[in-house]
Design a binder for this molecule. Structure first.
Ligand code: ATP
Ligand code: MG
Length: 408
């Protein structure tokens, strides 16, 4: 099939926006006689006038041939062999054109048959992600109608949507991710297929889906994304109990207030993005709070923090089990963040002379979540100010005490 070629006048992508190392890699591959283009997310983002996160390259050169051309190159992956070319901190991903059978309905388990440039785009997910950019000729090469779809703000699968979703159900999550991120409409056939195939989602790897969910919590579009997951019935399949809690309008409002806040630019800029356990706590805290308030009412007794920690652990299990596996350390941090909220806003109002900072390495994350919570529940601002002052004084007294960095 002949691709449609778009010139600069038609696509308006300024060549100076192309990462110079990506340009260099493409040039060097071409000088060695191979085909090479920019592909995927970066071409899409440039076309939509957004800043690309990374610049992936697709080429006719085989992994060993790529390696022989670049000193700073490492081949990774057994099943899906890729070349990583490093320039300082920057990593460029160079992949060899692959073929796949876009009409086969089976779940894709391996993907390593080499192919042509055309075959390589036909196995990609959406038309807007299936474009090549040739930086030397400043052209966009389009086999799949992606330029028209980008202009028409439409998300459309490459090939028959139902087949493509059955091959890899994570594509359904990706569809909602791009819908949330770009506010595009979904082509009716792709939408119909999503309803048709949504049950397939639990056949995918939990780790891949958890990673997509976490990335979306970090993305600045978490609120529309979770709304679509819920509205289109995927949340019910992945996080059944969370979907059940969201049926209560007060919980729904509160959880989405947290997500709206997390998406708020000031948080995104201030902290780059919030730590992953904090982000997951946004989905849990309103539910925990309601459960704790109910236990207090029922038992008429005082609840201590040990009880709250236990309820938090059970809630994490209840929401994420059985599909997702939350790593042990992440779980421990979430329990600490959730429990510390009841230290900041105790259930029984007591007169406290001096606020004591507990020996908990994750306490500062609890305080950071409290800061986020205050934007949703501004009545706690005074308490937040007092605790953050106490933390400041504590750190001043013990400059090395709470400097533990959380890497997740
Ligand atoms: P982001 O901006 O979130 O990184 P992206 O489109 O670049 O979005 P990546 O996960 O980096 O997403 O994937 C790079 C490219 O690989 C995509 O643009 C798409 O062409 C292809 N791709 C990714 N995931 C799939 C998939 N599940 N099925 C088919 N093609 C995929
Ligand atoms: Mg990408």
């Amino acid at each position: 099939m002949q691709p449609k070629i778009y010139t600069f006048q038609e696509h308006q992508i300024p060549v100076k926006k192309i990462d110079r190392h990506a340009y260099y890699v493409i040039q060097k591959l071409r000088q060695a006689g191979f085909e090479a283009y920019l592909v995927g997310g970066s071409v899409r983002d440039l076309l939509l006038n957004r800043k690309p996160k990374d610049f992936d390259i697709s080429t006719s050169a085989r992994p060993e041939e790529i390696k022989s051309l670049f000193r700073n190159c490492l081949l990774i992956g057994k099943r899906f062999r890729l070349a990583h070319i490093r320039f300082g901190k920057k990593l460029l991903e160079v992949s060899t054109f692959r073929s796949g059978d876009p009409t086969k309905e089976d779940l894709i388990l391996r993907d390593n048959a080499w192919g042509t440039a055309e075959e390589d785009v036909l196995r990609r997910d959406f038309t807007i992600n299936g474009l090549y950019y040739d930086p030397e000729n400043e052209t966009v090469i389009d086999y799949v109608g992606g330029v028209e779809d980008a202009k028409g703000k439409t998300l459309r699968t490459i090939g028959k949507a139902e087949t493509r979703f059955r091959q890899d159900p994570v594509r359904m999550i990706r569809l909602l991710k791009f819908k949330a991120r770009f506010d595009f409409i979904v082509d009716p056939l792709s939408m119909e297929a999503l309803y048709e195939c949504k049950e397939e989602i639990i056949k995918s790897s939990q780790a891949r889906i958890l990673e997509e969910l976490l990335r979306m919590l970090e993305s600045g579009s978490s609120s529309p994304f979770f709304r679509y997951l819920y509205d289109y019935g995927l949340l019910e399949l992945l996080l059944k109990n969370l979907a059940k809690h969201l049926q209560q309008s007060s919980i729904h409002t509160q959880i989405f207030s947290y997500l709206d806040e997390v998406d708020n630019k000031s948080w995104q800029d201030l902290t780059k993005s919030l730590e992953r356990p904090i982000l997951l706590c946004c989905l849990l805290f309103p539910i925990l709070h309601q459960q704790i308030m109910m236990s207090v009412k029922d038992s008429q007794k005082q609840l201590h923090l040990g009880h709250i920690a236990k309820t938090s652990t059970e809630l994490i299990h209840n929401v994420f089990h059985p599909f997702f596996h939350i790593p042990k350390k992440m779980k421990a941090i979430m329990v600490s963040i959730l429990t510390s909220q009841f230290r900041f806003t105790p259930l029984q109002k007591k007169q406290v002379k001096r606020l004591r900072i507990p020996r908990d390495p994750f306490f500062s994350l609890g305080l950071k979540f409290f800061k986020l919570r205050v934007t949703v529940e501004p009545e706690h601002l005074k308490s937040y100010t007092e605790w953050s002052e106490a933390m400041f004084q504590y750190k001043k007294g013990k400059p090395h005490a709470r400097s533990k960095k959380v890497n997740l």
